[in-house]
Design a protein around this ligand. Sequence first.
Ligand SMILES: Nc1ncnc2c1ncn2[C@@H]1O[C@H](COP(=O)(O)OP(=O)(O)OP(=O)(O)O)[C@@H](O)[C@H]1O
Ligand SMILES: Cc1ncsc1CCO
Ligand SMILES: [Mg+2]
Length: 275
Amino acid sequence: MFKQIASKVHEVRPLIHCITNYVSANDCANVLLACGASPIMADDVHEVEEITASAQALVLNLGTPNESKFISMLKAGQKANNLGIPVIFDPVGIGASQFRKDLAKTLLKEVSFSVIRGNASEITTLATWQNHSSCIDTNALKRSSYDMLIELAKNLSEKLGSIIVISGEEDIISSPHITYRVFHGHPAMSTITGTGCMLTSLIGAYCGANPTQLLQATLAATLAMGLSGEQAYSKLCQIQGGTGSMHILLIDAISLLDFSKVEGGLNYELYEKLS
Ligand SMILES: Nc1ncnc2c1ncn2[C@@H]1O[C@H](COP(=O)(O)OP(=O)(O)OP(=O)(O)O)[C@@H](O)[C@H]1O
Ligand SMILES: Cc1ncsc1CCO
Ligand SMILES: [Mg+2]
């Protein structure tokens, strides 16, 4: 199934419209090319609706926000919603400033997102804006922190009607009723900037090419990123490289990934609550 979802990206070559940050924009464009998609970065208000209308997915990334980029995000997001194009949101650093919080709150109100991907701190910040009692299960607080994050992702997904991805050492992918845990990736992935943004773009590509299977596409993209991180790190060790090489090897691995040739199999599971 994951092989099929990944192959579909190469077949469809979906155009992915990214309104994103200037730190990792180039990496995201290269990741999109590497997985078989076609990137277009565009954020001027005069063209975003037209570009979104011709795209198969829209990725909104809050990494380096400003007022005019925000207006563009709103317009593009609403256009995508009207046309039924999946919209993926990366709330980069929303805990860092009141400005980012205000932008994210407005986006969540005005745009409906197919997928929201962030690290644990970003998604926890989003969750605290929702109704506390229904978002954070007090029993979950007594269990491990990952169990707690899973409950939080599930509840947030139900509230917002979006698939929630929490990335990190373990990745959590949750719809309101189905939650997966992915155990791939490597700590070396966080020694380079923008791996989260790259994962969000990859999710955009997989969803754009597989719009009727958004949860499976999001799971496949998360697995693809984790596996690529592992493969990049194993090559990095062979060449005794540093973080610059890790950066390049990660993009190489995404372009070379073949789900049918994954040694050792896929390490993920459907989460089932024990209590
Ligand atoms: N300790 C780790 N072990 C395994 N994989 C990891 C680890 N840390 C990050 N990853 C992987 O790195 C990718 C990015 O996740 P991360 O949570 O670091 O994003 P982020 O914080 O948004 O990054 P950035 O802000 O740099 O874009 C994911 O594929 C995740 O699985
Ligand atoms: C370092 C950085 N600053 C704003 S966006 C970004 C890339 C990681 O999200
Ligand atoms: Mg991030």
